[in-house]
Design a protein around this ligand. Structure first.
Ligand code: BDR
Ligand code: CA
Length: 312
């Protein structure tokens, strides 16, 4: 069982990733950090706690992190995730408290106490991680692994932008933070739009029907969450659950090891993640980028975990 710290901006698909983690015996969630991204940080932190509380989980600490990207104002995605950030799913406000320590200090404390044992899973903008790595430069080297949802690498025909024509939302939101994190020297597995925009990984209305009549609270909440998207667009992307799934069954994915440049600033190419050809690559560390996924086996895994009676 891997010990994981989640860092997220729930967000419909972040909430689905949290449900998947809670249902998966391969991972033990030590804490959930929250960051501004899909919605303001007060809302993403409340949403993490709303989901935990609904699942009857009261022993996983939730911390609140950065309220805005390092150099840019927050541009949230509530138009996409609903005005409550969770597709108007109807969960009550949380009663669980948020921890008083900041996400970066809490993360540093946990990771330093168990060197080499903890995997960090980041499914939002990378602001909290950048702040943690700047304050505690030894941290990247103390991680077992960093797994993140972010980027569009042009490795498949789906590897184009979603926030702009060229850039993926999490990296676009805070490219300066992404640049720090991708160059931190941590052992990084990045899962981007190359795989998560593959329609074989999307939920459709027949999956929604199965979830709706599912035997578990997790299935019924997942139905409420995905319904918001499926009603509007006919399908629901599972960016963040895919990222978590790479820790559950690594045979679902192919990865390539490459050097990546992140375009910072606020130009037309803000947030682009460019795979560098060897002749242009410098001292950047290699990172592992997902280049293929077995979509139907991933969906089977996701649904079977939602239908599983016990939490992990
Ligand atoms: C990413 O952006 C967010 O809206 C989703 O939660 C996901 O993490 C996809 O680009
Ligand atoms: Ca997210």
């Amino acid at each position: 069982m891997r010990k994981v710290i989640l860092d997220m901006d729930p967000g419909i698909d972040d909430a689905l990733a949290l449900l998947l983690a809670l249902k998966s015996p391969e991972v033990q969630v030590l804490s959930v950090g929250t960051v501004a991204g899909n919605a303001p940080v007060e809302m993403t932190s409340a949403n993490a706690r709303r989901v935990l509380e609904y699942m009857g989980v009261t022993n996983i600490p939730v911390t609140m992190g950065a309220a805005k990207p390092l150099n840019h104002p927050l541009v949230d995605a509530q138009n996409h995730h609903g005005s409550d950030g969770l597709g108007q799913c109807g969960l009550p406000p949380p009663r669980l408290p948020v921890q008083s320590m900041s996400t970066w200090d809490f993360m540093a404390q946990l990771i330093s106490a168990k060197p080499g044992e903890i995997t960090l899973v980041a499914t939002g903008p990378l602001t909290n991680l950048a702040l943690a790595f700047e304050r505690y430069p030894q941290l990247p080297g103390l991680l077992a692994r960093l797994v993140l949802m972010g980027g569009a690498y042009g490795l498949t025909s789906y590897g184009k932008g979603n926030r702009t024509a060229y850039a993926e939302f999490n990296i676009w939101q805070d490219p300066e933070a992404a640049n720090i994190v991708l160059n931190s020297g941590a052992d990084i597995y990045a899962l981007g739009l190359d795989i998560s925009m593959d329609p074989r990984t999307h939920l459709n209305s027949s999956h929604l029907e199965q979830l709706r009549v599912g035997p578990t609270p997790a299935a019924r909440l997942a139905a409420q969450l995905v319904e918001f998207d499926i009603r509007r667009r006919g399908y629901c992307e599972l960016h963040d659950p895919l990222t978590l799934a790479s820790l559950l069954d690594d045979s679902l994915f192919d990865f390539v090891s490459v050097k990546v440049e992140v375009i910072v600033g606020n130009g037309w190419d803000r947030g682009v993640t460019r795979v560098l050809p060897p002749e242009q690559a410098g001292e950047q560390p290699l990172i592992h980028v997902a280049s293929a996924v077995d979509g139907s086996r991933f969906l089977e895994l996701f649904l079977s975990r939602m239908f599983k009676e016990q939490n992990a």
